[in-house]
Design a protein around this ligand. Structure first.
Ligand code: PHE
Length: 445
């Protein structure tokens, strides 16, 4: 049998897993979701969901992946022969495919902004300059399609290079750099006049926002930003050697993800209030606020270029994990070679993503359930595919794997092992079902 490619070190794995987790979810989506869902209440729900539900299920994905030592479909078949659990793998295949189809659209916007930063065209003076610019970028069909295409091309290129050389190398230096950048930016944003309003918005709860819909959005945000529910982490953990400690890896990834999300909030919201923008500007929030903050910084233009490069890399380390799921499953069933599978699926994903890319311009009057095509693709994955995938992964870890197997894999102390087991057996599934059903009722009725 062919030897499986493996991660070279524990830190390499943590960084790659954190690289998959940290991306547009934490940096782009978290601020605008917090902005449109009442700020601090959303932040609190997100942190609670991450620690109590996201982290335990992330750990479950790590265990399943490493035990299976194969792509998610074959892995589940190996661990539970003759049972339908492998469908979790296929659901991961389908939903990763859909996520990447609209994720790459935003990746394309980042490329557009990067090129504008390099050519010094992000420097307007009028009050509505940044808002107008964002609308111009996302509604230009040629620009968004080229951006999306180039972004997918980069993703394919990295994935076809194999696990160790491509993914591990990129993540190792990108994550620490991103963190430093955020600290510097947050300091600048926090020292703007009027910044306190942003801090209040982010940390002083207005409980009138506490409802089931906010809970569902926060849960979806948790899964999306941790890359949980579509077998991404099962796929990565399948390349892990036996010795790696899974518990501490899952904890590191979860804390890093919360940390970067909060940092993104600390960069965005003080500036939103200080510079007179509105927190509920939606998907444009980061693209509108960040260039405005950089303008207030010495050598801002130069740092803005660097920042967009980092944001692009963070987005790529997430998109490669999505294509990796699709390729690792696809290779077995149809295409024998990794490179070819990466190209074939990458191109399909691009084609499926075209309507999402155009939904802010030429297709903007097409609505599904009163959502734009882009929002609908996001909705069915974040509020539907991910929670359901996470539910079944939790049930699998809680009921199918035996406790002795689990304790061998986990090497946690008995208390933590018990606590984790109770969560994946009872607490997480019940919480997901309640929030899911209530949230869906609120959305549809
Ligand atoms: N976690 C990634 C992000 O926040 C998105 C992602 C979701 C990646 C699901 C893989 C699987 O950007």
């Amino acid at each position: 049998m062919e030897e499986r490619d493996h991660f070279g070190s524990k830190i390499g794995f943590i960084l790659a897993a954190a690289g998959s987790a940290i991306g547009l979810g934490a940096i782009w989506m978290f601020p605008y979701m917090a902005g449109t869902n009442g700020g601090s209440v959303f932040v609190i729900l997100f942190i609670v969901c991450t620690i109590l539900i996201g982290l335990p299920i992330l750990l479950a994905e790590f265990i399943i992946g490493r035990k299976g030592q194969a792509d998610p479909v074959s892995g589940f078949k190996k661990l539970a022969p003759g049972k339908p659990w492998f469908l979790i793998g296929w659901s991961g295949f389908i939903f990763s495919f859909i996520i990447l189809s609209f994720y790459s659209v935003v990746g394309g916007w980042i490329l557009s902004y990067l090129i504008r930063a390099i050519t010094f065209s992000l420097n307007g003076t009028s009050e509505t300059f940044y808002e107008d610019l964002f609308n111009t970028v996302i509604s230009n069909p040629l620009e968004v399609l080229i951006g999306q295409g180039v972004f997918i091309f980069l993703t394919i290129w990295i994935v076809s290079g194999g696990i160790k050389s491509g993914i591990e190398k990129t993540s190792k230096w990108m994550m620490p750099l991103l963190l430093i950048f955020f600290v510097v930016l947050a300091i600048r944003s926090l020292t703007l006049e009027g910044a306190m309003e942003g801090i209040k918005f982010l940390f002083v709860p207005d409980w009138s926002y506490l409802n089931w819909k906010t809970a569902l959005v926060a849960l979806g945000q948790t899964f999306f930003s941790l890359s949980v529910g579509v077998s991404a982490m099962i796929t990565y953990a399948s390349y892990l050697p036996k010795e790696t400690k899974l518990g501490s890896s899952a904890l590191s990834v979860s804390l890093l993800n919360i940390g970067i999300s909060i940092m993104a909030g600390l960069v965005i919201f003080p500036a939103v209030f200080a510079l007179g923008f509105s927190p509920d500007s939606g998907p444009g929030l980061v693209f509108i606020i960040l260039p405005a903050v950089f303008k207030q910084i010495l050598f801002g233009q130069f740092f803005l270029i660097l920042f967009f490069i980092l944001l692009l890399l963070a987005t790529l380390t997430s998109s490669i994990s999505m294509l990796e799921i699709v390729v690792s499953i696809g290779i077995k069933s149809k295409y024998d070679r990794r490179k070819r599978a990466a190209w074939v699926y990458g191109i399909y994903i691009f084609i499926v993503g075209i309507p999402s890319a155009l939904s802010f311009g030429v297709l903007s009057n097409i609505h599904i359930l009163s959502m734009s095509i882009f929002d609908f693709a996001d909705f069915i994955t974040s509020s539907f595919g991910l929670p359901l995938g996470a539910l079944f992964i939790s049930l699998f870890a809680g009921y199918v794997l035996s406790k002795s197997e689990l304790s061998k894999e986990l090497k946690l102390n008995t208390f933590l092992l018990h606590a984790w087991h109770i969560i994946v057996r009872y607490a997480a599934p019940v919480a997901i079902i309640i929030v899911f059903v209530q949230g869906i009722i609120k959305v549809f009725f």
